[in-house]
Write a protein that binds this ligand. Structure first.
Ligand SMILES: [Fe+2]
Length: 178
């Protein structure tokens, strides 16, 4: 389950209900999802999307999402460093960033009016970062994540960099259980 770090006050939350309750008033949606059938380790993208069809359909309805896909990033993914570099600097998007983690883990830093919050996501975690929210993302040491992405419009997904340098003040952090 996710770990939430309030990085400015060095407070950590690990209870999913507490994390959801902390993030909801900030406009950030956090949920735990379960597949409706057993999924083998090597399940195809289509099998994954079918197993999570119900929560995906609900979210699509709520948020105007039109497409869902599955990304699979491993340590030997070509150009992984360049890909990660695009998201390690503080940026924002014209549409919500929605990720449901299937395997591996990663860490989102959210730069909010109230401070900087980090959310380490693992299998079963759905996180929705609203459009316009300043944030950055990185993988953890095992450099592995498989996730469902939902898009409102593919063109809205390009990052706009803030160039504030705020991200440099927060050392990479992944402390939760792998
Ligand atoms: Fe992003």
């Amino acid at each position: 389950m996710a770990t939430l770090y309030l990085r400015d006050t060095h407070t950590t939350l690990t209870d999913p209900d507490a994390i959801a309750a902390h993030l909801a008033p900030l406009g950030i949606q956090y949920e735990r999802w379960a597949a409706d059938r057993p999924l083998p380790e090597g399940a195809s993208a289509d099998e994954v999307l079918a197993a999570y069809a119900a929560p995906i359909a609900k979210l699509k309805q709520q948020g105007g999402f039109v497409t869902a896909d599955v990304i699979d990033i491993k340590p030997d993914t070509p150009n992984l460093g360049a890909m990660l570099a695009k998201f390690k600097s503080e940026h924002w998007h014209d549409e919500d960033e929605v990720r449901f983690t299937l395997a591996g883990r990663g860490i989102f830093h959210l730069h909010l009016e109230s401070g900087v919050i980090a959310v380490e996501v693992v299998a079963g975690d759905l996180l929705r970062v609203p459009r316009g929210t300043h944030h950055w993302f990185d993988l953890c040491s095992e450099r592995r994540i498989r996730a469902i992405r939902l898009f409102q419009q593919i063109s809205g997904w390009a990052p706009h960099y803030t160039e504030t340098g705020v991200d440099a003040g927060y050392a990479p952090l992944c402390l939760g259980p792998a």
